[in-house]
Design a protein around this ligand. Structure first.
Ligand code: SF4
Length: 858
């Protein structure tokens, strides 16, 4: 079949799949289309033009390269096209958003016949990066149109040419009562469809609402765009795909960009911070306003400047638009385009010798209290070149380390393409393949073949499927007291600080090496006293919400929920001797608290040990062919630099916190678990057993996820040793291949096998939610991060707790009593063997051969 016949058939197929639009043209298809357009007589000219204009991805997509090259040839007279004139070619180039279209547009400034049109297109193009200098060179050489372009950028016409955010926005409400997490919007079970936005959007709210697609379709019949309304919106993982789906159903088309929309309005009594930022970045207006008076089907008018929502002429909700720059962000098409555009305007003004413009709303900055700074405030301050940052300050810290995982990776890649970037500005960008390692779908396999090159060619580092969980690796690439981010909500560095984000912001941070941030307040969690026998670090993780509940700072029910941690930085003090691997258990769990970030105050010694180990690992990775070698070496060198003068930022005594939570270790005398199915619903083992509503028989046990480290698997092995097959179904998934190899060598895998465990390859495994799952309706004990409904398996009820509790629960097939737990664990993990059990992988202390074995074990 010909291209056109093929594409028509494909279009019909997609239409039959619930009215989906066809996929964008590939580079090969675009090349075929170009050949058709070059013919003297173009068959189906109108259809061909429609495909060429609107079905090719913009930016630095391979297909965009083909499209831009052909248009350049038309403009330069190298080819003739009967259906695209030179002027039309320039106009089409102008819809391609930056990247491969920029050079042809600059070249067109030299072609008198089209220079005017080219200038108009460039004036509205902001993704030009270094090509700015080419326009400047042309201006300096006397090209009047190039001068016009620079002047236009200086006057921010790219911004003023766009309509301002409307005074009144008429919408129809689609209300999702209670809390929606991002898995409701973008289910992990269909993560592989995320790059196909229209297809993925068909899964939105399917497990949460009755017939959501039909409901939205009928609501749209009123003729207004829909507003997404909820009590608590966007908790859980950082998923740009969630916003993509909301925008697909509730936003507007972007001319020249296939299968993606912008705009949309989200109204929530509470909007989770990462989700809020992701909406801002994407040009979707997030409004935090009470929603009690809003119901599905209501026709409302949102007045963003007045801060009111009216229904039938009555004010039904009031709000203050925040941040104060939101109106500019929406006008620019999102926070990211605004930052990039402002940078371009500043550069152009500097070039023309003009003062800074006051055309944009300056971010509101809080008054300086004159008090000291917390550890996190100092870390962010250092990344901004100042001593410290006050809560509420808008800043743009250097993002030193940026992580991406495989289920968000394709979206990050697409965002990088849209940013039209061919290299990374961040010092370290790392891509993992952990989420889909165990049971990849065809789309995951395709990604494994294509994404590494994309990342490596821009200077990023890629892992391999089977290497292990993103954080267990990314943490090992971190530098003390630096700032970073990652497209996975558990990107919570144990040293330094990380503010996880959606894939749009990850792409931006990776490309530019900085990230926009409104500094959150901090909540100090201070441990004191002595750790009691039998108590594990995971119990301390659960002790944080437990104590917050006692202090009246956290409530469990979703309605009118109180959560002191939401959107804050949790700063942990009082456990300075923790190994960095242990510190990560604490920082990782900040995601479950809905915190924006977490910092842990550690002494130098564990960090020195960790970095020394990591340098050995990194240098072995380089030797074994991991790419990008230069980036890896640069990071190892920076670690060596730090080790030469190991200084850590310390919080000031008079630093201010939103709240201080004190946890006395002497009072924690039994395991604390998170109960089904809410990580905030924590209680002591005794209380859980005393509650008849809590299930106690344990059907399945999962030991794995980024919350684990090698010591916990040895602990599991020690408890199971000599006990034969366990009654519960046991899943074991070590976080990295090095852990797996070491545990195998030490004989623990033989113990797991004897216990009847199902051994998963290193990676996220059950924790991810779209890989293997537990049996429907089963009661599970898990060491993983979160126990949201259906994450580990349909209708499963999941307890979260330590590996030691997991081991005893597997052994007994039920939750143990406190007495049983306290008698079994010390018998198995004794004073004599415990140092060998809780021993971390110190790569600098093993032989070169052994290190090679560990790093090449898969
Ligand atoms: S183990 Fe779970 S929480 Fe950790 S990165 Fe993987 S899916 Fe996310």
């Amino acid at each position: 079949m010909s291209l056109l016949a093929d594409y028509k058939a494909h279009t019909q197929e997609r239409l039959n799949e619930g009215g989906l639009p066809p996929l964008a043209l590939t580079a090969e298809q675009t090349a075929e289309l170009v050949e058709l357009l070059k013919a003297d007589s173009v068959e189906e000219a109108e259809y061909c033009l429609e495909l060429f204009k609107n079905k090719v991805n913009p930016g630095v997509d391979d297909a965009a390269y083909v499209k831009a090259a052909f248009l350049n040839d038309v403009v330069q007279g190298n080819v003739s096209c009967s259906v695209i004139s030179k002027s039309e070619a320039v106009e089409i180039l102008g819809t391609m958003m930056g990247g491969f279209n920029v050079t042809p547009l600059i070249e067109a400034l030299k072609v008198e016949e089209v220079a005017e049109i080219a200038a108009t297109q460039l004036k509205n193009t902001i993704l030009v990066y270094d090509a700015f200098n080419d326009v400047k060179d042309l201006m300096d050489a006397g090209n009047a149109k190039a001068k016009e372009v620079i002047e236009s950028w200086a006057n921010a016409e790219w911004f003023t040419n766009k309509p301002a955010l409307e005074e009144e926005i008429k919408l129809t409400v689609y209300k999702i009562p209670g809390e929606t997490n991002t898995d409701d919007l973008s289910p992990a079970t269909v993560a592989f469809t995320r790059p196909d936005i229209p297809l993925h959007a068909t899964a939105m709210l399917q497990s949460r609402m009755e017939n959501p697609l039909e409901t939205m379709a009928s609501l749209k019949e009123k003729g207004n765009p829909l507003a997404y309304v909820g009590d608590v919106v966007g908790t859980g993982s950082s998923r740009k795909s969630g916003i993509n789906s909301v925008q697909w159903h509730m936003g507007r088309d972007i001319p020249g960009v296939p299968n993606k929309r912008t705009g949309g309005v989200v109204i929530g009594s509470i909007i989770a911070p990462i989700f809020f930022n992701t909406a801002e970045d994407s040009g979707c207006l997030p409004i935090e306003a009470p929603v009690d008076n809003l119901e599905t089907g209501d026709e409302i008018i949102v007045k963003p400047y007045e801060g009111v929502i009216t229904k039938n002429g009555e004010v039904v909700s009031e709000f203050k638009l925040a941040p104060n720059t939101l109106t500019d962000e929406m006008r620019a098409g999102g926070r990211i385009p605004l930052i990039i555009g402002k940078g371009l305007t500043a550069k152009a003004r500097e070039t023309l010798g003009l003062d800074a413009t006051d055309m944009f709303i300056a971010p509101a900055q809080p008054a300086d209290s004159g008090k000291g700074f917390s550890q996190a405030q100092k870390m962010v301050g250092r990344a901004c070149g100042i001593e410290g940052v006050r809560p509420g300050m808008y800043v743009e810290p250097i993002a030193t380390t940026v992580g991406s995982q495989d289920t968000t990776g394709p979206m990050t890649r697409d965002e990088i393409k849209e940013l039209a970037a061919l290299s990374f500005g961040a010092d370290m960008v790392m891509q993992s393949f952990c989420h889909t390692a165990a049971y990849p779908k065809p789309a995951d396999i395709k990604l494994r073949h294509t994404l590494p090159d994309f990342i490596n060619s821009r200077g990023g580092v890629t892992l391999k499927p089977g290497d292990g969980v993103i954080h267990s690796w990314l943490n090992r690439l971190c530098l003390p007291d630096t700032v970073g981010t990652g497209g996975d909500s558990h990107t919570r560095f144990p040293i330094g600080i990380s503010f996880p984000a959606g894939s749009g912001l990850i792409a931006f941070a990776g490309v530019t090496g900085m990230m926009p941030l409104t500094m959150p307040e901090s909540v100090l969690v201070r441990f004191k006293g002595e750790m009691q026998p039998g108590i594990t670090l995971r119990d301390l993780v659960n002790a944080i919400p437990y104590q917050a509940i006692q202090d009246g700072l956290l409530t469990v029910p979703k309605k009118n929920k109180k959560n002191v941690f939401a959107g804050t930085i949790i700063e942990i003090q009082g456990l300075p001797d923790l190994k960095v691997e242990q510190a990560f258990e604490l920082s990782d769990s900040a995601a479950e608290r809905s915190a924006a970030a977490c910092s842990v105050q550690l002494d130098k010694e564990p960090i020195i040990e960790y970095l020394s180990s990591n340098i050995a690992l990194i240098e072995k990775m380089i030797e074994e062919g991991y790419e990008d070698a230069r980036t890896l070496q640069r990071r190892a060198d920076k670690m060596k630099e730090w080790l030469a003068n190991p200084e850590l930022l310390q919080p000031d005594e008079d630093a201010e916190y939103k709240a201080v939570i004190e946890i006395d270790l002497n009072t924690i005398t039994e395991p604390i678990l998170a109960c089904p199915n809410d990580p905030d619903d924590v209680d002591t083992l005794s209380n859980i057993l005393a509650d008849d509503n809590r299930p106690t028989k344990i059907d399945e046990v999962f030991v794995g996820s980024c919350m684990t480290n090698i010591g916990l698997f040895r602990a599991l092995g020690e408890v199971l040793k000599g006990e034969g097959e366990v009654p519960s179904k046991l899943w074991v998934a070590p976080p990295t291949k090095m852990d797996e190899a070491q545990l195998t060598e030490e004989g623990y895998y033989a113990i797991f096998a004897a216990a009847g465990a199902r051994l998963e390859i290193p990676g996220c495994s059950l924790c991810m939610g779209n890989q293997a799952q537990v049996s429907e309706g089963s009661v599970v004990f898990s060491t993983s991060t979160r126990n949201f409904d259906n994450r580990l398996g349909k209708n499963s009820k999941v307890y979260l707790g330590s590996a030691e509790m997991a081991a005893v629960s597997a052994l007994l097939g039920r939750l143990p009593t406190k007495e049983e737990y306290m008698s079994i664990v010390p018998k198995k993990i004794t004073e004599e063997n415990k140092d060998g059990v809780y021993k971390y992988l110190n790569f600098h202390q093993v032989s070169t051969d052994h290190l090679t074995t560990l790093v090449t074990s898969r």
